[in-house]
Design a protein. Sequence first.
Length: 229
Amino acid sequence: MDTTRLEQKSAYEWWLMPTPPMRVPGILYASEALLRNMDDKVLEQVANVASLPGIVRASYAMPDAHWGYGFPIGGVAAFSEADGVVSAGGVGFDISCGVRTLHTGLTVEDVLPLQEDLAQGLFRHVPAGVGSIGKIHLEPTEMNEMLLGGAEWAVRQGYGLREDLEYIEEHGRMEGAQPELVSESWSQRRPKGGSRTRWAPWARATTTSRSSRLPKCMMQQLPMPLEWR
């Protein structure tokens, strides 16, 4: 990123001063080294967010900011209830996108010699990115059951443990879901013969194998419940 466009306020605070059509400044929180390694598109998208109606005070970017869908990933913005907007790029396109911590039983010493193989194994077996598909194939009626049941549905199918639900907002299921309101264009994008979710193949992440180069959780192909810690 070209930092000459920014006004440095402190070691970790940088301002993009507003120019039309920006309504507020952009504020980035990062060291100079982190900023220089960011894509220039981050700055462009910070400015785009700063141009949205009803934005309050500033368009922010956190130290992990990177190029997103209109709204930078790692971007933060607040909008006035009176004249603001709801930005799909700010809310997120991946429903229930989140972070969970799994206990693998591995130590740093176990992982470091195999980190390249481990990264490649994760990439091969965990669906990620546009166009990727998982191993769970759902017919339209099954998809509706999943949309209605949420994480509760996943637990009933054996893809999780009941105690997992205690750690998920609203136990992973929101009241009032209406699958019939899903747009026709979404239905047409589903692969013929049923929709495929983007969920990763589940495996017992606490199990390891001394005889193979990778943990067994990287080698499993069949859906199995995860053991959470």
